[in-house]
Design a protein around this ligand. Structure first.
Ligand code: SF4
Ligand code: SF4
Length: 160
C-alpha cells in the first residue's frame, strides 16, 4: 500500500490555503514560488483544479531529468527531487502532463507528501484534498479523475 494525495476539483473553492500550507511546511514561510501545489482557475466556469504530483505511473518527469535528480524514496514509495543534484533546468516541469512539478528559486519542487502527512490536506476545509492509501490494483480506479484533470489543464493551458 502507498499513500497518494487526491484532489476533488468539484470541492475546491480556490482559497489557496493549501498553497500556503505547503510552503510553510517546506521552509516556514508562505510563498507561491516555494509551494508544491498550485491552483488553476478556469475563468468562464469559476472552477478550480489543485495542481500537484499525481504520482503517475509513467513518471515522464524522471525520464526527462538529465542529471537523474528525481529519485525513488522507498520509505514513502514515491519520487522526490534531490536538491543536491537538481540543476533547475525545468525539463521535468515541461514533461509532466499534470503540471504537477514546479520550478522553484533553486530547484524543482515536487510533492513529497510532507514525509507522509501532507500539510495541505490537513488545512483544506472543503475536503477537496485528501490522502488515501492505494494498492496497485486500485490505481486504475483513479483513471477517470486523472482524465478529467488532464482535460481541465488542456482547456486552460494558457490561463496562467
Ligand atoms: S511530477 Fe508529474 S510526471 Fe512526475 S510523477 Fe508526478 S504526475 Fe507524474
Ligand atoms: S529541474 Fe532539476 S529535477 Fe527537473 S529535470 Fe532539471 S535537473 Fe532534473
Amino acid at each position: 500500500m502507498k499513500k497518494i494525495l487526491l484532489a476533488d476539483m468539484d470541492k475546491c473553492n480556490g482559497c489557496e490555503l493549501c498553497v500556503d500550507a505547503c510552503s510553510m511546511s517546506h521552509g516556514g514561510f508562505c510563498s507561491l514560488s516555494n509551494s508544491r501545489i498550485r491552483i488553476l482557475r478556469e475563468e468562464p466556469t469559476a472552477q478550480f483544479a489543485p495542481l500537484m504530483c499525481e504520482q503517475c505511473g509513467e513518471h515522464p518527469c524522471q525520464d526527462a531529468c538529465p542529471v537523474k535528480a528525481i529519485v525513488f524514496d522507498p520509505e514513502l514509495s514515491l519520487l522526490t527531487v534531490d536538491p543536491e543534484l537538481c540543476v533547475a533546468c525545468g525539463d521535468c516541469v515541461e514533461a509532466c502532463p499534470y503540471q504537477g512539478i514546479f520550478l522553484g528559486e533553486e530547484t524543482a519542487l515536487k510533492c513529497d507528501l510532507c514525509g507522509g502527512d501532507p500539510a495541505c490536506a490537513g488545512l483544506c476545509h472543503t475536503g477537496a484534498l485528501r490522502v488515501v492509501e492505494v494498492s496497485p490494483q486500485t490505481v486504475a480506479s483513479g483513471l477517470d479523475r486523472k482524465q478529467a484533470k488532464l482535460h481541465f489543464i488542456e482547456r486552460n493551458r494558457h490561463a496562467h
